[in-house]
Design a protein around this ligand. Sequence first.
Ligand code: NAP
Length: 331
Amino acid sequence: MTAVTPERIEMSKTIRAKVVIVGSGPAGYTAGIYAARAMLEPIMIQGIQPGGQLTVTTDVENYPGFADVIQGPWLMEQMAKQAAHVGTKLVSDHVNAVDLGRRPFRIGCDSGDVYIAETLVIATGAQARWLDLPSEQQFRGHGVSACATCDGFFYKGKDVIVVGGGNTAVEEALFLTNFASTVTVVHRREGFRAERILQDRLFRNPKIKVVWNSTLADVIGSESPRKVEGAAIRNVKTDSVTQLRADGIFIAIGHSPATELFAGQVEMKPNGYIKTAPFSTATSVPGVFAAGDVTDDIYRQAVTAAGMGCMAALEAERFLVAHRLESVAAE
Ligand code: NAP
């Protein structure tokens, strides 16, 4: 959280809004597009990584409407432009506190600005997960990464390991073959959960080797300069540990929803995703809606996130209309 200096307090503003959207992935931008077109003058607080996870993805082949392969960052730029064009106010700030105890809700940002919102759309997405090995943390940014798109370029002609067996792991392994000499995928089971089309590409690629039934036990490296030199790999069936030489290790074991801000304020599922009503984005707090990866532990696609963003905006609009009617009736 940014320190609050006297200047900051003087400069900070309190802004009222009918709809505040927190997060700027496909869910957030789509909520912005629909809410703006419903004349709700939505404000989107974009967060630290505007565009969300797609900004660290390369090829997107499954977003409908594009026969040619498109780039994730480009797609997010288009969504941002469209949201702004129809009237969403995009704010470059980071939310550090929310009070959903009563309506209107209070949303505090690092800049010191406070938003007073009639409705809130939570679209904060999810972040890459880590194995939480001490050595993984020690070498993060020095050979251990969770983003092949960001760091793959540094491994030209080198040997790398990818840990995981989902779409992300397989896509990252394929992407890394553009640079690395060899890519070894280490997966804890004997079968990937990634889509078949991606698996087929991986098995056909001569640069990629798979080590099944195995986990990363330790990152091996040296100090001054701090760098990765290999990995200790444990076979989960035999418990034997072998060493594998590598210059880089990419962890691709899934994502955790970014829900810390809302802990204790909206109901969550046991796995930490925000709970919503069936076929709805309504959370346990009336007027608060959740869309995209922050609530979706099943599909987690850009297009499903966008669909949920649309639902959240439509539901926020209906909520506002119903509450306006209620207050008119009460007067
Ligand atoms: P994921 O589908 O949840 O896969 C995570 C992988 O990591 C699984 O293979 C899992 O093994 C493994 N894993 C989890 N915890 C582990 C641990 N502690 N140690 C070792 N391995 C571990 O996550 P994802 O690949 O990031 O994908 C997330 C979602 O985004 C998915 O719905 C995916 O379809 C979507 N996505 C789509 C695209 C695309 O369509 N182009 C691209 C990327 C992601 P198990 O298999 O044994 O559980």
